[in-house]
Write a protein that binds this ligand. Structure first.
Ligand SMILES: *Cc1c(COP(=O)(O)O)cnc(C)c1O
Length: 409
């Protein structure tokens, strides 16, 4: 059965668009070029300015970006660094994580959340996730706290803030520091409070596919505490103050001027990027419901009161069909990705932690079911329609057909 045939049967009551006009035959997961191209003249000019000036580390663009990110994050201070991974490491160094200290974080996250802990000799203690948001399950948090626990790293995964009130309350009661992993959630809010303003430190990434993406690696730390801000700056520059006098052993993790210039040019459009991601998410929800796929895929949920910035639109494909669906989508030129196929506690390098799988059932279940589909800001409506049509096609023909939808052959 061809896509067009299927569309005719599923899109009969689509409103506001002419489904028969969709000539789209592919949809990439990402296309950073579409976002960068319109800004190229401005960016080239800024880069040329930096080449002429000769200051490649720090400088006015770094300072401008630090204030801009601090502002959008409702934080007092922004401190540039070399990557999101370094931001996490520096945050844990600044709050004094030492060998043997336990830090609670989800296992359903990007590796860097946990490796920052082990780099300092700390022990990651993994908390399971809440299946509908993919964020850490606050009801499982307190039972993991021991005398050795020093901090919690809530990861605002896929662009959505964790349920921070109970996390902050538990942290306060047990005298624990909270480091927010905001790598995927710049501009997201929780009951009006921005990601990166709620814990002791917020950690951001400017990896090219993040919501604010550079032309290489880059990162940012946010905090409202002047002492922590000062310490972060010191640690990010070899613990050196004044020059060639080292107070503590820091690292070299600075944001370079060219990255900062690129990011400054994009920063002005961040609200627009987020709005477009959101509108794509709304579009998917509508199209998926209209196509009658809600019994075959689980849509991501976004609790009211919080602003989701949709770094990913992650659906679940249950019944062990995810990998097959992904392959078939690829055959139809629809990009998708599994974030993340192997939870951190199951990674080879963390086998020594002897983590009990039984304590992380939702994490392991999610790893087998999640599929992120294209949602970047410049994705067109026709491409979205194509994605949903392909999804409908693939889910139907790969078995589990609903009565009445059987196809010939
Ligand atoms: C991307 C990411 C990081 C790491 O950021 P880099 O800039 O790539 O080092 C950390 N945590 C999460 C959740 C991420 O998505």
């Amino acid at each position: 059965m061809k896509i067009e045939d299927f569309r005719a049967t599923t899109n009969a009551n689509t409103t506001g668009e002419d489904a028969t006009q969709n000539t789209c035959t592919s949809a990439p997961l990402l296309d950073v070029g579409r976002g960068n191209d319109p800004l190229k003249p401005e960016i080239m000019e800024a880069i040329s300015e930096i080449i002429d000036c000769g200051r490649f580390i720090g400088g006015p663009y770094v300072a401008e970006l630090e204030s801009a990110v601090a502002k959008v994050s409702q934080a007092e201070f922004g401190i540039g660094c070399a990557s999101g991974s370094d931001a996490l490491l520096l945050a844990l160094m600044a709050i004094g994580i030492e060998p043997g200290d336990e830090v609670i974080c989800p296992s359903f996250t990007f590796f860097a959340t946990a490796s920052a802990i082990t780099r300092l000799g700390g022990v990651p203690v993994f908390v399971d996730i809440e299946p509908s948001t993919f964020n850490l399950d606050v009801t499982k948090l307190e039972q993991l706290i021991t005398e050795k626990t020093k901090a919690i790293i809530p990861v605002h995964l896929f662009g959505q803030c964790c349920d921070m009130d109970p996390i902050l309350e538990i942290a306060e009661r047990h005298d624990l520091k909270v480091v927010e992993d905001c790598a995927q959630s710049i501009g997201a809010t929780y009951n009006g409070r921005a990601a990166g303003s709620m814990g002791a430190v917020g950690c951001f990434s400017f990896y090219p596919t993040k919501n604010l993406g550079g032309f290489g690696d880059g990162g940012m730390l946010t905090t409202n505490d002047p002492e922590i801000a000062d310490r972060l700056r010191l640690l990010a520059n070899h613990g050196m103050r004044p020059r060639y006098y080292h107070q503590v052993v820091g690292i070299n993790s600075r944001l370079d001027a060219i990255q900062a210039a690129v990011l400054c040019k994009k920063m002005g459009r961040l609200a627009d990027y987020s709005a477009r991601r959101k509108s794509n998410a709304v579009g998917y929800r509508k199209m998926i419901l209209e196509s009658g796929l809600q019994s075959l895929v689980t849509l991501p949920s976004s609790p009211v009161g919080s602003e989701h910035v949709w770094n990913q639109f992650t659906i679940r494909i249950p019944n062990g069909r995810r990998d097959e669906v992904r392959q078939r989508l690829a055959d139809l030129n629809v990009g998708s990705e599994v974030y993340y196929p192997v939870p951190v506690h199951q990674q080879e390098c963390f086998a020594y932690l002897n983590c009990d799988s039984a304590s992380l059932p939702e994490t392991e279940k999610a790893a087998g079911e999640v599929l992120s589909i294209p949602i970047f800001p410049e994705l067109t409506q026709q491409e979205q329609r194509y994605v949903v049509d392909c999804l409908a096609k693939v889910l139907e023909v790969s078995g589990n057909r609903e009565p009445g939808l059987k196809m010939a052959g």
